[in-house]
Design a protein around this ligand. Sequence first.
Ligand code: NAG
Ligand code: NAG
Ligand code: NAG
Ligand code: NAG
Ligand code: NAG
Ligand code: NAG
Ligand code: NAG
Length: 337
Amino acid sequence: MGIYGYFVAPWKCLVVIGLRLLFLVPAGVPARSGDSFSKDNITVRQGDSAVLKCTVDSKVSRVAWLNRTTILYAGTDKWSLDPRVVRMDNTPVTEYSIKIQNVNVHDEGPYVCSILMSNKPKSSKVHLIVQVPAKITNISTDITVNEGSNITLMCLAIGRPEPNIIWKHRSAKGHNFVTEGEYVDMTVITKEQSGSYECISSNDISAPDVRTVKVTVNYAPFISNARSTGTPVGQKGVLQCEASAVPGADFEWYKEDRRLFNGLNGVKIENQGKQSMLMFLNVSEEDYGNYTCVALNTMGITNASIILYGKTALLLLLKYNIGLILYMLLCALGMQL
Ligand SMILES: *[C@@H]1O[C@H](CO)[C@@H](O)[C@H](O)[C@H]1NC(C)=O
Ligand SMILES: *[C@@H]1O[C@H](CO)[C@@H](O)[C@H](O)[C@H]1NC(C)=O
Ligand SMILES: *[C@@H]1O[C@H](CO)[C@@H](O)[C@H](O)[C@H]1NC(C)=O
Ligand SMILES: *[C@@H]1O[C@H](CO)[C@@H](O)[C@H](O)[C@H]1NC(C)=O
Ligand SMILES: *[C@@H]1O[C@H](CO)[C@@H](O)[C@H](O)[C@H]1NC(C)=O
Ligand SMILES: *[C@@H]1O[C@H](CO)[C@@H](O)[C@H](O)[C@H]1NC(C)=O
Ligand SMILES: *[C@@H]1O[C@H](CO)[C@@H](O)[C@H](O)[C@H]1NC(C)=O
């Protein structure tokens, strides 16, 4: 093998020079328009085979395929050491074709079919274009940040042609287009910006490559639902408090300044997701009053007042502002009737 290499390489060089001098169009010199008889491009996907065809007829005495300046095949002689390069021999006599198997991006470029025809050189140039499907090579990991932070999401992709990258935001409210490009900057992030961010990389060579980054935005609780309830003495009663928060809120219940605990003083506290329930097993007169639901997490704390009132509500309600307003309203209505 070694001997072969030493022996053959200089010989080949000499022949290359000889062939060039004899009939081949020098590399790098563009073929004059009269000499060139094809300007087609061949487009193949990476990994596929490319067939380079050259039309010949009985007047053609010599023919060769070149990759840039290197001879791949001269007549039936293989010059290329690349096993992927093969001559196609079951072709019509008017066709001189070679095949490049398992094409890769380095194969992209000009290929020249050089022919000698009644002592006049001609060449046909084809440009091999190698396409590579879009593929995401690096993407930000899922991230958790506090509301108000600045973050940048990244999505890098390869492909030929250069892939187009777009971002979509999938939140509870649905899908939104965000931006185009490898990076998404989010300054002073809000809780509405949490959710999944899809990076869609495409270049129309195959289906887009899609990957997702999950953005979690921590925020302090806010109480979204806290409704007062009327319950007669002797019945079961429930006060409900609902708080949105990330991480999920912990709840505490107070009556005036006294903290209430699950299982004590005839109350049960049950938390389910965003909701906390204060349950009275058997409502008594003393249970009526003003309760406070406190929701807290690492980001902050908030509270809401909830009133448990009886069915003989009017007098009890009078103790409270809402009651007073309601009472006055009723009185005003009564006076008009
Ligand atoms: C062939 O490819 C070359 C290089 O990509 C390009 O400049 C040229 O316009 C293409 N020609 C045709 C006919 O598509
Ligand atoms: C064509 O030439 C380029 C540059 O020298 C090389 O990387 C590539 O492997 C060659 N391809 C074939 C099929 O010879
Ligand atoms: C992805 O990009 C990040 C940031 O530029 C870098 O630290 C990391 O090593 C990259 N990962 C890979 C697999 O290339
Ligand atoms: C976030 O970005 C804003 C606007 O560019 C800037 O004013 C602020 O200082 C940045 N905050 C941090 C924590 O980097
Ligand atoms: C509720 O409490 C009252 C007074 O303490 C008692 O008479 C009644 O039986 C209790 N009801 C239930 C269902 O436990
Ligand atoms: C409820 O919130 C107010 C103001 O934010 C605060 O002054 C009060 O102490 C809180 N009440 C409880 C029981 O935490
Ligand atoms: C319940 O108590 C809180 C403070 O503990 C107070 O701010 C609120 O006005 C009270 N609600 C009513 C209806 O009186």
